[in-house]
Ligand binder design. Structure first.
Ligand code: ADP
Ligand code: MG
Length: 732
C-alpha cells in the first residue's frame, strides 16, 4: 500500500528502498515531484522505427525493435556459447544483441516477431552495430492467447511508449513503473497559472498535464500536456526577466550626457577610420541611454569583427567626459591585455594623463588582472580608486575585493557568453548607484535566445562589417579519407607565411597537465582517441611540415606574463605561426593573420568554429580557414563542419548550433550541474510560445509587479530563481 503522494513525498516511501536508492544515486531523483518532473525523452510506437542506423557508437540507448532471428554460436576464445539476436527497427536498420553463456531460456523468450525495448551501450564489431548483454523488456503481443502479461508490460499498455532518460542501473521501464505507482496516489501542486491565462491560451490544468505527459493515450493528449508544461517553463522565465527589467527601470542612475569638445570628440577626430553606419546608429542609442536618469541595460550583439570594441570605447569616453569611470570585463587575460594595448593605441595622448605628452582632458587606461605583481597592482588600484584611471580593463580580478572605484558609471562586459549574471552584478556592485551596463557578445543570438537568455536587456545589433574586409574562405579537410589534403593544407600555410602573413593552428586540447579554463574535462570519449593537444602537436609541426617557421604556443595554462609575451610577439609579427587552444577564440585581433588550420575541428561547436575563424581575414588580405577532421563523410559531425564551411552568416550558424545542442546547454544550467528547469521548452521550436508567454508576463507584471496577488505564481518564480540563482538566465 502506498501513501498519498505530493511533490515533496520522498520516493522511498513510495517505491521501495532499493529502487529509491537507484533513482537517487543514478538519476538524482529523490521526491515524487522529482520523478513526476522527470519527463520522457521520447515516445516510441510499436511498428514505428527508431532509426537504428543513426545510433552513435558509445551512446547509451534504448531502442524499440522487433526480434528478427536468433543464432547460437560457439565462442572462439572461450568455452561456451554466444547467443546472437538480431533485432530490426522496421526500416531496415539492424542491431545485434549478444549474450554470453548458455541461455536457452533467453533464446526461447526472444522469439522472432516479438517487440521489446532493449537498453545498452552501442558498440561496433566488424562493421555491425551491437549491444552486449543488453537489459530488455519484451512487450505484450496484444493478441489473443497471450497469457500472463508481466508487470512491466502494464507500463506500456498505451500505444505510446515513454522512453525516459535512464541509467544502465535504472532502465526506462523501471522508471515507467515507478511513475505509474506514484501517479496512482499523486496530488498535483496548486496550479500556478492564473485561470485567465489558462482559459485565454487554452491550456489544460497542471494535474492533467503531469499525468498525460507520462501516460498519454493519444498524440493529441501528449501534445496538450507538453504544451501546457512548456508554458510553465516559459512563463516562469519570462516573469523573472520581465520583473528584473521592470525593477531595474525604476532604479535611479546618474545621467552621463555627452560633452561637446570633450574627450570623445577629440577621440572621434583622431580615429583612423570612419565608423560604419551601424556603429554610428548603435553609438547614438547608447549615448541616449547614458544620458538618462535610469541605468542602461543594453546588449550589443554583432558579427565577429563587426567592430564592437570601438563602440564600447566611445561609450566609455562619454562617461569619462561626464566625470565618471568605465570598466570593461574581459573573459581572458589575453583579451584584456589586447584591449589594453588596442585602446591605448587608439587613444594615443588622450589616454596618457599624467605623462609628458598627454592631451587636454586626457584620462588613464589601467589594466587589472590576476597576474599583476604586488607593486604594479597597488599602483593600478590606486589609480582606479583615485579616479585618475577613467578607463579600467581587466579580467575576473576586477571583481575582487580591494578593487574600488571613485565613481563607476559604466560597466562593459565583453563576450558575455563567457560570464554569468553574478559576475555582471558583482562588478556593478562596485558603484554607489546602479551603473549603466553594456553587454557585448559576438555569438550571434537567435531571436528566442535573445528573448529568453537576455530578456532583461534592450538589444542592439551590428550586422555590418567594416568596409575593406575580405571574405574568409572555409574548407573541410578530410584527414582520414584524403591524407594528401592535409599536406596541401600545411603547404598553403607556408605559402601565406612566405607572402609575409601569419597563421593560427588550433587544437582542442592543451596536453599533459592539470585542467584549465580553455580545456574542459574530456567528455566520455566513446572510444575515440583523445583530441589533439597543443603541446604535442607544436613540436611535431616544428620538426615536420612547418619546419623552419617561427612557431609560438599559447594556451590557458601558461603563466600570464608568458601568454602576454607570446601574444605580443605574434601581434608584432615576430612569430609566423601560433599553435593555440580556444584561448584565441574570442576577440583576438591580429589583422596580418590570414590562415587558420583547426585540427580535430569536429570537436568544436559550430558557433565556436565561427568565432575561431573570425581571427583571420581581419585585414585587407583574404582569410582562409581549414577545418581538419577525421569525421566520416555523411556523419553528423561532418555535416556540421560542412555547414560551417558553406556559410559565413553567424546568425544562420547560431540557429544550427541551437538545433544541435540541448536546450539546457544553451541556457547553461546543465553545465553547472543543476537540473535545468527548462526540460521541455525548445528555444528553437517554441518561439511563438515564448513570445506569447512574454506578452502575458508583461501584462501580469504591469498589474502586479511583485506578484502579491498571484502567490502560486510568485512561488514558482522564486523556486526558479532560488534553485539556480538565475544563472541559467545567462549563458554559463
Ligand atoms: P569584434 O566586434 O569582433 O569585437 P573588433 O572590435 O575587435 O571586432 O574589431 C575588429 C577590427 O575592425 C579591429 O581591428 C578594429 O580596429 C577594426 N574596425 C572597427 N571598426 C572599424 C571601422 N569602422 N572601419 C575599419 N575598421 C574597423
Ligand atoms: Mg571583440
Amino acid at each position: 500500500m502506498s501513501e498519498p503522494a505530493t511533490v515533496d513525498t520522498p520516493l522511498k516511501k513510495l517505491v521501495g528502498d532499493k529502487t529509491a536508492k537507484a533513482l537517487a544515486g543514478h538519476l538524482d531523483l529523490h521526491t515524487a515531484g522529482d520523478l513526476i518532473y522527470h519527463f520522457p525523452r521520447r515516445y516510441d510506437e510499436r511498428g514505428e522505427h527508431t532509426d537504428i542506423r543513426s545510433l552513435d557508437v558509445g551512446e547509451q540507448v534504448t531502442v524499440l525493435a522487433q526480434v528478427q532471428r536468433t543464432a547460437v554460436r560457439p565462442m572462439r576464445q572461450r568455452r561456451g556459447n554466444l547467443l546472437e539476436v538480431t533485432v530490426g527497427d522496421g526500416a531496415g536498420g539492424l542491431l545485434t544483441l549478444t549474450f554470453f553463456g548458455n541461455q536457452a531460456w533467453r533464446e526461447r523468450e526472444l522469439k522472432p516477431g516479438r517487440w521489446g525495448l532493449f537498453a545498452g551501450k552501442v558498440t561496433e564489431f566488424r562493421g555491425k552495430r551491437q549491444l552486449n548483454g543488453p537489459e530488455y523488456v519484451l512487450l505484450g503481443e496484444g493478441g489473443e492467447g497471450e497469457a500472463a502479461v508481466s508487470d512491466e508490460i502494464e507500463e506500456f499498455a498505451g500505444a505510446l511508449i515513454p522512453v525516459y532518460p535512464a541509467a544502465a542501473a535504472v532502465p526506462t521501464w523501471v522508471i515507467a513503473r515507478c511513475v505509474r505507482v506514484v501517479l496512482d496516489t499523486f496530488t498535483p501542486p496548486e496550479d500556478p497559472l492564473p485561470a485567465t491565462v489558462r482559459a485565454g491560451r487554452k491550456l489544460v490544468d497542471l494535474g492533467a498535464a503531469l499525468r498525460e505527459i507520462h501516460r498519454p493515450s493519444t498524440k493529441e493528449e501528449l501534445y496538450r500536456a507538453r504544451h501546457r508544461l512548456k508554458w510553465d517553463e516559459a512563463f516562469a522565465v519570462q516573469l523573472t526577466l520581465v520583473q528584473r527589467k521592470h525593477r531595474a527601470a525604476d532604479w535611479p542612475a546618474r545621467p552621463r550626457p555627452p560633452r561637446v569638445g570633450g574627450l570623445l570628440d577629440a577621440f572621434d577626430a583622431r580615429l583612423p577610420y570612419e565608423l560604419t553606419a551601424g556603429q554610428r546608429d548603435v553609438g547614438r542609442e547608447i549615448a541616449e541611454d547614458l544620458a538618462a536618469e535610469h541605468p542602461m541595460h543594453r546588449l550589443l550583439q554583432g558579427e565577429v569583427g563587426s567592430g564592437k570594441t570601438v563602440v564600447a570605447l566611445r561609450a566609455m569616453l562619454q562617461v569619462v567626459d561626464a566625470g565618471g569611470q568605465a570598466a570593461l570585463l574581459a573573459p581572458t587575460e589575453v583579451l584584456a591585455a589586447q584591449h589594453h594595448r588596442g585602446m591605448r593605441d587608439l587613444l594615443g595622448p588622450l589616454g596618457r594623463a599624467g605623462e609628458l605628452d598627454s592631451a587636454e582632458h586626457a584620462t588613464r587606461v589601467e589594466l587589472v588582472t590576476g597576474s599583476l605583481g604586488a607593486a604594479a597592482r597597488r599602483r593600478a588600484l590606486g589609480e582606479v580608486a583615485s579616479g585618475n584611471a577613467g578607463i579600467v580593463l581587466g579580467t575576473h580580478a576586477l571583481l575582487y575585493e580591494g578593487v574600488d572605484f571613485a565613481d563607476l558609471g559604466l560597466v562593459v562586459v565583453d563576450e558575455q557568453h563567457r560570464f554569468g549574471v553574478e559576475q555582471r552584478d558583482a562588478l556593478r556592485a562596485k558603484a554607489d548607484q546602479p551603473p549603466h551596463t553594456l553587454v557585448m557578445t559576438a555569438t550571434p543570438i537567435p531571436r528566442t535566445v535573445a528573448m529568453t537568455v537576455y530578456g532583461d536587456l534592450e538589444v542592439s545589433t551590428l550586422s555590418q562589417l567594416p568596409r575593406g574586409r575580405s571574405p574568409i574562405a572555409s574548407h573541410v579537410v578530410p584527414a582520414s579519407e584524403k591524407p594528401a589534403f592535409l599536406d596541401r593544407a600545411w603547404r598553403r600555410l607556408r605559402e601565406e607565411v612566405a607572402a609575409g602573413h601569419q597563421a593560427y593552428v588550433v587544437c582542442p586540447r592543451i596536453g599533459e597537465g592539470p585542467a584549465s579554463e580553455d580545456e574542459p574535462p574530456p567528455e566520455d570519449d566513446n572510444g575515440r582517441r583523445p583530441p589533439l593537444a597543443v603541446t604535442e602537436v607544436a613540436p611535431l609541426l616544428a620538426e615536420g611540415p612547418l619546419h623552419g617557421l617561427r612557431i609560438g604556443v599559447l594556451h590557458g595554462r601558461l603563466p600570464a606574463d608568458e601568454k602576454d609575451a607570446v601574444m605580443r610577439s605574434f601581434a608584432a609579427g615576430d612569430l609566423d605561426v601560433l599553435v593555440a587552444t580556444t584561448v584565441i577564440e574570442v576577440g583576438v585581433d591580429v589583422p596580418n593573420a590570414t590562415v587558420m588550420i583547426v585540427l580535430d575541428a569536429d570537436r568544436f561547436g559550430v558557433s565556436q568554429l565561427h568565432q575561431l575563424r573570425g581571427r583571420v581575414g581581419r585585414g585587407s588580405a583574404a582569410g582562409l580557414c581549414l577545418l581538419v577532421s577525421e569525421a566520416a563523410e555523411g556523419s553528423s559531425a561532418r555535416e556540421r563542419l560542412d555547414a560551417v564551411a558553406s556559410t559565413s552568416d553567424g546568425f544562420k550558424l547560431a540557429e544550427l548550433d541551437l538545433e544541435q545542442r540541448r536546450e539546457g546547454d544553451v541556457l547553461g544550467a546543465t553545465q553547472s550541474g543543476h537540473r535545468s528547469h527548462l526540460r521541455l521548452l525548445s528555444l528553437k521550436r517554441d518561439a511563438d510560445l515564448i513570445r506569447d508567454a512574454r506578452a502575458e508576463a508583461i501584462t501580469i507584471v504591469e498589474e502586479d509587479p511583485e506578484l502579491t496577488r498571484n502567490p502560486a505564481l510568485a512561488a514558482s518564480v522564486a523556486a526558479l530563481v532560488d534553485e539556480d540563482r538565475a544563472e541559467y538566465l545567462e549563458k554559463g
